[in-house]
Write a protein that binds this ligand. Sequence first.
Ligand SMILES: NC(=O)c1ccc[n+]([C@@H]2O[C@H](COP(=O)([O-])OP(=O)(O)OC[C@H]3O[C@@H](n4cnc5c(N)ncnc54)[C@H](OP(=O)(O)O)[C@@H]3O)[C@@H](O)[C@H]2O)c1
Length: 258
Amino acid sequence: MSQELKGKVAIVTGASRGIGKALAATAAGLGANLVIGARNSGPLQEAASELAKKYKVEVLAVACDVTKLEDLENLVNKAKEKFARIDILINNAGVSSQYPFQDQPLEDFERLAHTNYLGYVRLIRLVINDMIKNKSGAIINMVSGSTLCDPLPRNFIVYSSLKVGLRAFSKGLFWELRDHGIKVTSILPGVTDTDLTGKLKEITGDTSRLMTTEAIENAVRFALTVPQNVCPLEIAVINQQTPWTAPVIPFKQQHPGK
Ligand SMILES: NC(=O)c1ccc[n+]([C@@H]2O[C@H](COP(=O)([O-])OP(=O)(O)OC[C@H]3O[C@@H](n4cnc5c(N)ncnc54)[C@H](OP(=O)(O)O)[C@@H]3O)[C@@H](O)[C@H]2O)c1
């Protein structure tokens, strides 16, 4: 097992399942100790035990709702109390919502904005000064392949436009922080087979167009192990068979809940 991140500490949000759990395993597989967060502590604790046992690293699980500033502060404080350092932040927690815009519940907007955009920005703000002091750090932001579509995918425009904002923020952050030795990388995954897309599986004509997390894990491993003077700014990992003109989601899709 490679130990390139031995002695480093990685915070991973949304790490109880899906892409986040896979990326926590990627960092642990490189030797990093972990601080993992998600709202539901049961699955989070299970993930922590599984990762610690498999990769022989220390894993701290902190229940955390990324929409709440006090939870983000608690996550960072607990990480610093235990490990006294934060080298890597994998900002991943996210929620999906697919509706024709006119049907989208009003309360969806705040939830999406707080989880998929503000949660990311706030958590970075909370760790960045320590990274600046250390003159090193790596921030990985989970964006979305949907930001490559113009216009954005139908029935998905609030989610996707927040990810466009996150992508723009990440790129700007790279320019602002590069002289401090901090890397900022956006990952743009295509449609990946996780709980987030679970309902899509039932309505996707060709399920081979749903990816597993494997290629995303490889992309993040690459981002975390490139030479010191290199920063992969954006890595898009999309399905080879995905023509942007024919989305995975059927064109006249209704919300899967309907
Ligand atoms: N799957 C895809 O096709 C795809 C494609 C492009 C981008 N992405 C992005 O990749 C990221 C992960 O997606 P996924 O497919 O792995 O989703 P997932 O399987 O639904 O997992 C989401 C994770 O985030 C946590 N989470 C959700 N809301 C949270 C909150 N408010 N605070 C803290 N943790 C929260 C969940 O745990 P709790 O519910 O216990 O909090 C869970 O651990 C998201 O940012 C998503 O937008 C996914």
